[in-house]
Write a protein of this length. Structure first.
Length: 319
């Protein structure tokens, strides 16, 4: 990225290197590589070590325009305490005092699982090698085990938030990223707020879709299946008309693959708000048996299917 485009990261209107904030002068900016609800991400090189690539995440200011975004503060607090090979590494934190914008510097990862899945689906039209899937999944579980062992729950796991390092010493290493929705959790579990929503809808657990105010750390099964099939396992149409609306289509997509939940397998099912209030809609399309093996094209007797089916079992929460 040339200096003419660096204003998005420096916050200034003068394009001269000498007028950049002092902290920014240690980097050579290459270009913008991402954009989301939180802000922008830029690729940079450290001038003192040109072989070192850095991703600089610029946060938007808080909605009320007063100070730093709570999302950014939460991410910084968690990442400063985390140190694991399968979790993204926070290199530095910078503040631009001109507009009080906040920047987080991370080790740069060239790929993410969403990109890898899309490449195999749209460009090479070929499944990901089973050994690669196994390596990616093991590293993801290794990182999650570390987080959960330290009472951290990510709450927004999806392929685009799971990075994979490119060329260099860590080539092929998985890094769990984007901790803006992450929380410290405890036993007993704290409930969600009245309109609290966690996890992108295609990866949201059925108990949350049915109105539960508690959630667990289980979500990896959806990602495992997506690595196998190259498409989201439960690709429902999200309803956004009201705060926390009932997501019937998403539940239908889950029940179609995993079968309809029963009180025998899930005794606390009847305690979930939407199970009562929307029972007629839910029972409208009842699927008695699982169709998972036909979706993921695995033999029901294979170890991979056994693992995936256990990851996707309906689990009753104890409140």
């Amino acid at each position: 990225m040339g200096d003419g485009n660096s204003r998005g990261i420096s916050g200034g209107n003068n394009n001269s290197n000498s007028n950049r904030p002092e902290w920014l002068q240690q980097y050579d900016l290459i270009g913008k590589i991402g954009e989301g609800t939180y802000g922008l991400v830029f690729l940079a090189k450290i001038k003192s070590n040109r072989s070192k690539s850095i991703a600089i995440k610029k946060f938007k200011q808080s909605k009320d325009g007063d100070g730093v975004s709570p999302t950014a503060i939460r991410e910084i607090m968690l990442l400063r305490e985390i140190n694991h090979e399968n979790v993204v590494k926070l290199v530095n934190v910078h503040i631009n005092h001109v507009d009080m914008s906040l920047y987080l510097a991370f080790d740069y990862a060239e790929h993410d699982l969403y990109e890898i899945i899309r490449h195999h689906r749209d460009k090479v039209n070929q499944a990901i090698n089973p050994y690669t899937v196994k390596a990616l999944l093991w590293q993801l579980l290794n990182g999650l085990n570390y987080l959960h062992s330290n009472w951290i729950i990510h709450r927004d796991l999806k392929p685009s938030n799971i990075l994979v390092m490119g060329e260099g010493e860590e080539q092929g290493v998985v890094k769990i990223a984007d901790f803006g929705l992450a929380r410290i959790y405890q036993a007993p579990l704290k409930p969600l707020s009245e309109n609290g929503v966690v996890v992108t809808i295609w990866y949201r657990a059925p108990e949350l879709l049915l109105g539960a105010k508690h959630y667990t750390s289980a979500v990896v099964g959806c990602i495992f299946a997506e690595l196998l099939t190259l498409k989201p396992l439960f690709q429902g149409q999200e309803v956004k008309a009201t705060p926390n609306p009932f997501q019937l289509d998403q539940l239908d997509k889950i029940f179609r693959v995993l079968g309809h939940p029963t009180q025998e397998k899930w005794p606390t099912l009847v305690n979930l708000p939407h199970w009562h209030s929307d029972l007629q809609h839910i029972q409208g399309h009842k699927y008695d048996s699982t169709g998972l093996y036909s979706v993921v094209h695995l033999s029901p007797k294979s170890p991979a299917y056994d693992l995936l089916s256990k990851m996707l079992e309906y689990v009753a929460l104890s409140f």
